[in-house]
Design a protein around this ligand. Sequence first.
Ligand SMILES: [Zn+2]
Length: 253
Amino acid sequence: MIGIFRDWWRKKAVERIQVGDEAWAAAEARLPFLGHLSADERQRLRDMAREFLADKEWSGARGLALTAEMQLSITLQACLLVLNLGLEHYRGWVGIVVYPGDFVIPRQVMDEDGIVHEYDDEVMGEAWEGGPVLVSWFDRPEDADGVNVVIHEFAHKLDMENGAVDGVPRLPAGMSREEWRHAFEPAFDDFCARVDSGEDTFLDPYGAEHPAEFFAVMSEAFFETPDVLRDEYPAVYEQLKRFYRQDPLQRAG
Ligand SMILES: [Zn+2]
């Protein structure tokens, strides 16, 4: 009974979310990588986005006044990852906190001698397990240093679904952790070596920080610059294609 009521309530909540064609078009225009979606995919993405908007609780941090454009833009990108996987991958938490530009998270680390050091970590986003997603908003996307913070943080959310944030999300039937590792580990090692040698990599060098960051950065590339990813790490592209059940390169023709 509770389930039926919840479904009814949810349907009502989604129906209340009305977005005009112009608003959709304006938000999509900010995201050139959506340009390759077919008419059917675009419609499915919009339908999913309305559900996502109804599901989540939004807040602006540091006095940021949230606008519909910000919410639509963040929502479309978050939903792009799960377009063929389903919104249930984002259930179990509700908060999205938007910051005006990058922000600082106070952290503590304990060194070998057991002494705790405190420092401020300047970040563009953060995803908490079972908790909210924090993202920066840049009025001009080019101010984000080539980083797609929304795709990045929501890729972390998918990584967290099976517990450890280790760069291996919960894989669907037909995919194996072995194959995943065979594709990702050599690519990660190669990428770390290139970054360490001082190479100016096209893919965000932040991916060399940890296998989890590598997965998030490769996911950004998969959707935004699939040609670069396919050329540099074809096996990673292949695994992401199977995981996300999308082929952005084919779409781009
Ligand atoms: Zn990250």
